[in-house]
Write a protein of this length. Sequence first.
Length: 137
Amino acid sequence: MKTKILLITFVFAVGIISCNKKKEDTTKIVKREVVKPVVVDTLPPAPQPDPVVIEKPDNKYFLISASFTNESNAVAYKDKLTNEGFDSELIIRRSGANPDFYKVSYKGFADKEKAFNELSYEKNQPGKEDVWLLIKR
């Protein structure tokens, strides 16, 4: 009987030892992520060319829509025309004919022929029969 117990103990010990041989590897596997560097374009911006300035000749011919003796009325009418999209100007002449009037133009021209053509066209439009041309000297 002692032999049997000794044999069973021996078999049992061998079984435990063989089970321990299947131990897992305790070293950890570390995955490393490879980060590629981001390349930023560092070229300086291309120089912008200087803007081309085209000098427009001063207007000498003006289509006058109305004239006023009161300056505030003239300014209000000029602002109204400007808000409607016209290139309106307030013209004050201290000499010549009618120096006491504030003239309100709604179109100006540097070219004489264009001014007279536009005057002819405008006078034929309904409601603009009283338009006249002012020539600055």
